[in-house]
Design a protein around this ligand. Sequence first.
Ligand SMILES: [Zn+2]
Length: 454
Amino acid sequence: MIKFLPLGGAGDIGASCFYLNLGDSGIILDCGMHPQKTGYNALPKLDLIKNLPVDNILISHAHQDHIGALPYLVQQHPYIKIISTPQTRALAELTLHNSVSILSEQLNGEDKLKTYTHEEIDLLIRTIDYKAYGESFVIGNSFHQSWNPVKAVFYDAGHILGSAGILLEYMGKKIFYTGDINLEDQILIPGAGLPPGPVDILILETTYGATDSSTILSWREEAVRLAASINKIINTGGSILIPVFSLGKMQEILATIWNLMLDGKITTVDIYTGGIAEKISRVYDYNRYTVNRVDPEFEIKSIPQKDLYEVDRIESFFKNPCIVLAPSGMMIEGTASYNLARHWLKQSKSAIFTVGYMEENTPGFIYANAAKGDKIKLPGTETFEEVKCTIEQFRFSAHSRREELLGIVKKLRPEIVCLIHGDLPAIDWIGASILKNFKGIKVHQAEIGKEIYL
Ligand SMILES: [Zn+2]
């Protein structure tokens, strides 16, 4: 019997966490933290597996919404075995340490959760076992008498460094979990590889299910559009703020902009980056020969960068044209991009360019959908502010387009598809398209706490 129980990341892009009960073995796929929520509410519903077997957790990649709640899972299940790719392990070490201080601020007065320490993270990282792409390994509850082994393999998911789709095989049934998957090349990370089909059960992300694919150009086409807009601002003496995730988007956009400068497509100006992104870039560089890369010779450290956190006067950013890549990607309150944007708004010559997916109700979503002359109100503030700067939206996607997601279904020919990691319109579009185009495939819309027997 196979039981699938979503604990988070179902019905929205939140705290991805999925439980699979395979006979006597309990396998968890990812354990993320909801990026827009705080404290206990940001965690997956780990209470739902209190009385169920829990043996392993496999981590698809090191983004917070897939790994951020891992320390809490380990608090509740100290003997759980954690497995990821070596690159995800290296990145997790950085991102989990980084969230220790953020969490302890957030959890002030919150009694349901206890914060964890850097020492605990060190211990946790040491216990993460790692397997390379394509390496087959056995997991599950091997102590049980009637044990049936679960075989697992990681496939390169093309999303960020170390990201993996996870293939499980149990009693002849194959289950493939896409994690966050991107089939097309970015500048640094090439597109995903898929397991040979068919599989029986496909657990499919649907981030761009509701997005018209004609609005998502290829990375290179979008770079041409970005170059034209950057030149327009720089040539009139303005500076550009680009909110990015520190992990993945920062490295890809930085390399994109630098390539444009090297090719003479945009004027060379100062580029500001900083914070944890610099350490993450080092892990990207270090692993450039160990995993597939578009150009293994290219090193991010060869790009001249200034540290945005060392600038003490905000006016310095506007003295000469510059480009600032600042976390967080969705401009969450309190982050560098959120704080800088408040100043950028007032600068008529300057611009804010958004480059990635924005979840509704985030400050990033409000900015991305505003235009010069609009009045905007950010969550948690009372006043409307006039947008004096230019705002432009770009889409450099680290997720597959919706037709590509259907292409995965076509290639893997599953009997059952469970739709996850998307909002309801996204899940509806993918679900309806699968039912229309592929006869006989059963579609489940994952819901938190709703068991599905497969
Ligand atoms: Zn991700």
